[in-house]
Design a protein around this ligand. Structure first.
Ligand code: C2O
Ligand code: CU
Ligand code: CU
Length: 507
């Protein structure tokens, strides 16, 4: 069976909307597809800013560009100081930072600092709109310890499309303690960013975004994997022990990452920083917005594929419409390759790595002064047909029965209080729930403590269909009764459609 690469890009799904094109992916044998992974992995430039009057200053421009993902057809994109995506911003704990963000696009946008504890007016959410041609200044102090955060557009109703076209980048924070741990930390040598995104293309090479009801309902899932903006990426390892900082920067797709030989790797960090000790893993589920850092060992000369394996089927999930929908989703979830890792240049044996890292912050359950409850729903009702023609408008996606209203404050949180947030998902699909300004800990999932790999600071948590997850957190440092932060589903089409709410921190 032969099929050329162009046809592949046009017709083959990587487990995406098999509902619309069942079985097409079987046209390509796995081994054949693997051989296409020859494009050198792009690494975004590292940007450390300029020190001006004691502050670390960055000048960032949101701009149009043209990218070459497909080899033979250019793709119009947007980026930050680049054609697609933005630089890796690197700052130190304790820094005063200043970002001057200029919007060179012809539509309004914003730039949000995902995972940061910062004043609400500096957050870059839907209230900090940057009009075309204007510059927005965001200044704050870096209070958190070492971690991998990110930044992206948060334009109300336009976040999905703006991120899809490229408005996102990574944001590293370093601190003194982590420097003493002897972790691989040489950027582009043994400390490698991996921004995972799935994209779909039209025949002319342009990006295809959310053209169907299915895309809007399930979230936009693409047919081609990009890693740091490279399709069919090949990573050439330089050191036997490599640290990957992995961001799920996709609009909607949930990955279950593993190496094709199911080798063990060590997870060292969650969204908000390092774990207490490395956790041995063979696969890891990463939902949109989440980050993990892992250490992987490559033997000299070997070559191994990083891939997605189908998500484990969850028991329960309910019968009826819920059961049917989750059944269909599981049936469409097929394995697919993401990036080839080649170690032909590696000569040395692995170096040693620490067995103890850093104690992530935690709070005792009895310190919490209140519990807030959030129910995620998709308000399915009339008009849902087998063809996935979900008859629902923007109002269908809700939290506590309410769709996002930029004029409504949903919660007022007293500064300094320790709170439990209980997130229940009564919809038929999983939603990654994200809270601005804070890093929380997961207390339990359906009454059970989280696995070791989730026992660290987080700002985004996947809440499965039918599940109830309890989180504990403390809102610190900044209060402003007028400027809200957001909480929302990080499936960007759901966020844009109203699965978002607003809270203020008050003193
Ligand atoms: Cu990553 Cu409110 O966003
Ligand atoms: Cu955020
Ligand atoms: Cu969602």
């Amino acid at each position: 069976m032969t099929i050329d690469r162009r046809q592949f890009l046009q017709s083959v799904t990587l487990g995406g909307f098999g509902l619309l094109a069942p079985g097409v992916q079987q046209l390509v044998a796995a081994a054949e597809m693997d051989s296409w992974f020859q494009n050198p992995l792009a690494l975004p430039p590292l940007e450390e800013g300029r020190l001006i009057d004691g502050a670390r200053r960055f000048d960032l421009a949101l701009q149009y560009g043209v990218s070459n993902f497909l080899g033979d057809r250019p793709t119009p994109t947007v980026g930050i100081n680049a054609n697609y995506l933005g630089p890796v911003l690197r700052v130190q704990q304790g820094d005063d930072v200043m970002f001057r963000v200029t919007n060179r696009l012809s539509e309004p946008s914003t730039l949000h600092w995902h995972g940061l504890n910062l004043p609400a007016v500096m957050d870059g959410g839907p209230h900090q709109v940057i009009a075309p041609g204007k510059t927005w200044s965001s200044e704050y102090k870096i209070r958190q310890g070492a971690c991998t955060q990110w930044y992206h557009s948060h334009m109300y109703h336009r976040t999905g499309i703006q991120v899809y076209f490229g408005l996102a980048g990574l944001f590293y924070i370093d601190d003194k303690d982590s420097k003493n741990l002897n972790l691989p930390s040489q950027y582009s040598v043994d400390d490698i960013p991996l921004v995972l995104q799935d994209r779909s293309f039209n025949q002319d090479g342009s990006l295809r975004y959310a053209s169907s009801m299915h895309d809007r309902m399930m979230g936009m899932m693409g047919q081609t994997m990009l890693v740091n903006g490279t399709a069919f990426a090949r990573f050439e390892a330089q050191k036997s022990l490599t640290r990957f900082r992995i961001l799920n920067g996709s609009n909607a797709r949930i990955y279950n990452l593993e190496f094709e030989d199911q080798r063990e790797f060590l997870q060292i960090a969650t969204d908000g920083g390092l774990l207490a000790q490395p956790v041995k893993m063979r696969s890891s589920i990463l939902s949109p917005g989440e980050r993990i850092e892992i250490l992987v060992e490559f033997a000299p000369g070997e070559s191994v594929m990083l891939r997605h394996k189908p998500l484990p089927r969850r028991p329960g999930g309910g019968g009826g419409m819920m059961g049917m929908m989750s059944g269909m989703m599981a049936a469409n979830d097929r394995p697919f390759p993401i990036m080839r890792c080649d170690a032909s240049r590696v000569t040395s044996a692995a170096q040693r790595f620490p067995t103890q890292l850093i104690k992530p912050r935690n709070w005792a359950y009895n310190e919490a002064v209140r519990t807030r409850r959030f129910n995620l729903n998709m308000g399915m009702g009339m008009g849902m047909g087998m063809g996935m023609g979900m008859g629902m408008g923007r109002g269908g996606f809700s939290i506590n029965g309410k769709s996002m209203d930029i004029k409504r404050i949903d919660a007022r949180v007293p500064l300094g209080d320790i709170e439990v947030w209980e997130i229940s998902n009564t919809s038929p699909m999983a939603h990654p729930f994200h809270i601005h300004d804070v890093q929380f800990r997961i207390i339990e999932r359906d009454g059970r403590p989280p696995g070791a790999s989730e026992q660290g600071l987080k700002d985004t948590v996947l809440v499965n269909s039918g599940e109830r997850v309890r989180l504990i957190m403390q809102f610190e440092n900044y209060a402003d009764a007028k400027a809200p932060y957001m909480f929302h589903c990080h499936i960007l089409e759901h966020e844009d459609a109203g699965m978002m709410g607003q809270f203020v921190v008050v003193s």
